[in-house]
Ligand binder design. Structure first.
Ligand code: ZN
Length: 256
C-alpha cells in the first residue's frame, strides 16, 4: 500500500507513537560488518565474545573486539530514517523509541526519548560500582591491548554497557517500554525481523491495547501478519516520507 493511503487511513487524530527499531535502520549508515577489520575476528562469533563467561576468561580479547567494532562505528552516521524519528519527536507525536540497536545513532540524530533495550556500546560501566562513562573516543579506541579501569574504585574493570548473551534485560527499561506501549495508539516497527524476544512481543502487546501497527521493513517478517499496514523497502526512504505526510495531515486537520 502506498504511504499516502496509509496516512489517510490511520484514524488517529492525535498520534501517540512508539517506534520499535532493529538493525535494519542502521544498514544505510555506512556500517560495514566488523568482520572487515584485519580479518582477525573472522574466527570468532558474537555468541563467543559477547558473554559474561568470555569476559571473565579473557577481558582483553573481549575489549579488543569491542574496540575493533567501535573503530568502525565511529565512522557511521545517522541516516534519514533516524532523522525522521527525531522529527516525529520534535513534532510532539512520539512517546519514544525502543531500540534493539546498541550503536547510539538515535542519540546522534538528536532523539531524546530512547530506550536502548540491549544497552549502549559507546558507554562502559564498572564491574564493581555504579560508575558509567563514554569510551567512544579515538584515544581509547585506538589504544590496542589495554583494558579500561574504573576511576572510582581502583583496579575494577570496566565492561561495555551492553546486554550480553545470557544476561537479563534491565527491568527498569522494560518497565518504561511497556508503559509507553500501553499508552500509545500507533506503533512503528522499523527494520526488525521480530524474532528476538521480548521485543518481538511488544507490537502485539500494543495491539491488544488498541494501537495500530505499521511496519517498515525490507521484506515481510514474522510480524507482518499482525501489522495493520506494511511498507516494504528501504526504511531510510519510506520512513521520512511517512513522517512528512503524517505531520502534514495533522497540521491540516488542526488548521481546518
Ligand atoms: Zn567502580
Amino acid at each position: 500500500m502506498k504511504i499516502l493511503e496509509i496516512v489517510e487511513k490511520i484514524a488517529v487524530e492525535e498520534p501517540r507513537i512508539v517506534s520499535i527499531v532493529g538493525a535494519g535502520i542502521s544498514k544505510a549508515s555506512g556500517m560495514p560488518t566488523f568482520r572487515g577489520e584485519d580479518g582477525m575476528w573472522n574466527n570468532y562469533s558474537a555468541m563467543e565474545l559477547a558473554t559474561p563467561q568470555a569476559f571473565a576468561k579473557d577481558p582483553q580479547l573481549v575489549w579488543n573486539w569491542y574496540k575493533a567494532r567501535m573503530r568502525i562505528l565511529l565512522k557511521a552516521k545517522p541516516n534519514d530514517a533516524h532523522f525522521a524519528l527525531t522529527k516525529l519527536e520534535k513534532a510532539g507525536l512520539s512517546l519514544g523509541i525502543i531500540t534493539q540497536n546498541v550503536d547510539g545513532l538515535h542519540e546522534l540524530a538528536g532523539s531524546k526519548k530512547i530506550i536502548e533495550i540491549h544497552g549502549r556500546i559507546r558507554y562502559a560501566r564498572c564491574t564493581s560500582c555504579k560508575h558509567v562513562q563514554r569510551w567512544d573516543k579515538d584515544e581509547i579506541v585506538n589504544e590496542r591491548d589495554s583494558l579500561l579501569y574504573c576511576p572510582n574504585c581502583e583496579k575494577s574493570l570496566l565492561r561495555p554497557d551492553v546486554v550480553w548473551f545470557g544476561e537479563p534485560l534491565d527491568p527498569s527499561k522494560s518497565e518504561i517500554a511497556l508503559d509507553w506501549l500501553s499508552h500509545c495508539n500507533l506503533v512503528l516497527v522499523i527494520g526488525t525481523s521480530g524474532v528476538v524476544y521480548p521485543v518481538a512481543s511488544f507490537p502485539s502487546f500494543a495491539k491488544e491495547n488498541g494501537a495500530k501497527i505499521i511496519e517498515f521493513n525490507i521484506e515481510s517478517t514474522p510480524l507482518t501478519p499482525i501489522c495493520d499496514f506494511s511498507v516494504f523497502g528501504k526504511c531510510e526512504e519510506n520512513l521520512p516520507l511517512f513522517v512528512e505526510e503524517l505531520i502534514r495531515k495533522i497540521e491540516k486537520s488542526k488548521s481546518g
